[in-house]
Design a protein around this ligand. Structure first.
Ligand code: NAD
Ligand code: AHE
Ligand code: ZN
Length: 370
């Protein structure tokens, strides 16, 4: 079939909205009509050329929601008409990783997914001239129709609005999950969140949900303050307005250091600050941000010797097929908020404008509605 998609032909170049050829689902795969997709900073990270795994031409996008149109041979868990959210972290429920309660990083298809291919080692997308186009994070939601492995779709309730719950495909689950699944933060804790964008705001609402006492937000953009307060931030810090070193300032503000800190910037200097403003003896710093090729983190080992720890999280530690439908329920039941964070709704033709808004710090989430 033919479908419209935004194609990243080259690193650093705007996406090109065009028709592409899409082959139908093979065994164990499903064809999904994407109804809406968010623009995550990770899409921009790859589009820009900063992603060491980035390959072109590719159809980016990994924060979508849509409807199953057709299923390949052997598919049992979903059927045409089901509403689904694509999963860049699949859940096969059989691999060594899925069977280990310590991780959500299903590895069943990670190798081919990282190469921009379906599990059989081929791509379903081609240009109209017949040249292959790569998949991205196993999702490629910047295409109106896409093919996904069965283990990479979460079936969700049918009354959930696509243009909102698409955000659960990455940002919401990552932020809320980092608090609940990865940090396992306790009521009454003190936390610092670095970067108050599409991920950081969801860390804030996760902290509010579990009953944190102090939720400090740190961002260089003062325009992020108002929305962050709406999502539970108790104290705002703009590093540009702090005289001297930010670490002692934050340690003082959190009365000895934070129980939990979260990097939602992808900046390795920020990651160091986030670790070092943790409380001596027990503070944990969770890295969510994705750093460019070649970037490395550093600190004095003494920071770890004295009881701080550094951890990371992908997709908020969530097991997609199991947890995503529950997070959709949380949204539908009013336990978490999404609507105010979706600041812009765009057509596919306007997708490059969405990346401009992200760079200008004017959006939290832009969502393309097909
Ligand atoms: P975003 O662009 O919406 O937000 C980033 C925020 O960080 C902005 O508000 C910006 O002003 C702020 N910021 C930038 N530099 C800063 C600095 N030095 N100090 C303080 N604040 C600073 O991006 P997003 O969509 O929220 O994504 C955030 C990061 O999380 C990205 O690196 C993204 O790739 C990553 N991410 C990781 C996962 C995961 O599973 N680990 C999932 C989604 C996104
Ligand atoms: N390809 C990059 C790493 C990108 C990365 O860490 N991705 C996160 C999800 S970000 C979603 O917005 C992730 O899931 N990581 C685990 C995995 O297996 O990719 C690089 O640096 O090579
Ligand atoms: Zn993302």
């Amino acid at each position: 079939m033919r479908t419209r998609a935004a194609v990243a032909f080259e690193a650093g170049k705007p996406l090109v909205v065009t028709e592409v050829e899409l082959e139908g689902p093979k065994a164990g795969e499903v064809l999904v009509e994407i109804k809406a997709t968010g623009l995550c900073h990770t899409d921009e990270f790859t589009r820009s050329g900063a992603d060491p795994e980035g390959m072109f031409p590719a159809i980016l996008g990994h924060e979508g929601a849509g409807v199953v149109v057709e299923v390949g041979a052997g598919v049992k868990s979903v059927k045409p008409g089901d509403h689904v959210i694509p999963l860049y972290t699949p859940e096969c429920r059989e691999c060594e990783y899925c069977l280990n309660p310590k991780t959500n990083l299903c590895q069943a298809i990670r190798a081919t997914q990282g190469q921009g291919l379906m599990p059989d080692g081929t791509s379903r997308f081609r240009t109209l001239d017949g040249d292959p186009i790569l998949h991205y994070m196993g999702c490629s939601t910047f295409s109106n129709f896409t093919v996904l492995p069965e283990i990479a779709v979460a079936k969700i309730r049918e009354d959930a609005p696509f243009d909102k719950v698409c955000y659960i495909g990455c940002g919401v689950t990552t932020g809320v999950g980092a608090v609940i699944n990865t940090a396992k933060a306790e009521p009454g804790c003190r936390a610092v969140v670095f970067g108050l964008g599409g991920i950081g705001l969801n860390v804030l609402q996760g902290l509010r949900l579990i009953g944190a006492d102090q939720i400090v937000g740190v961002d260089l953009n003062p325009a992020k303050r108002e929305m962050a307060e709406r999502f539970g931030m108790t104290d705002f810090v703009n590093p540009a307005e702090v005289e001297g070193d930010l670490v002692p300032y934050l340690v003082n503000l959190t009365k000895g250091g934070a129980d939990y800190t979260f990097d939602c910037t992808g900046n390795v200097n920020v990651m160091r600050t986030a670790l070092e403003c943790c409380h001596k003896g027990w503070g944990e710093s969770i890295i969510i941000g994705v750093a460019p090729a070649g970037a490395e983190i550093s600190t004095r080992p003494f920071q770890l010797v004295t009881g701080r720890s550094w951890r990371g999280t992908a997709f908020g530690g969530a097991r997609g097929r199991t947890d995503v439908p529950k997070i959709v329920d949380w949204y539908m039941d009013g336990k978490i908020e999404i609507d105010p964070m979706i600041t812009h709704q765009l057509t596919l033709d306007e997708i490059n404008h969405g990346f401009d808004l992200m760079h200008e710090g004017k959006s939290i989430r832009s969502v393309v509605v097909y």
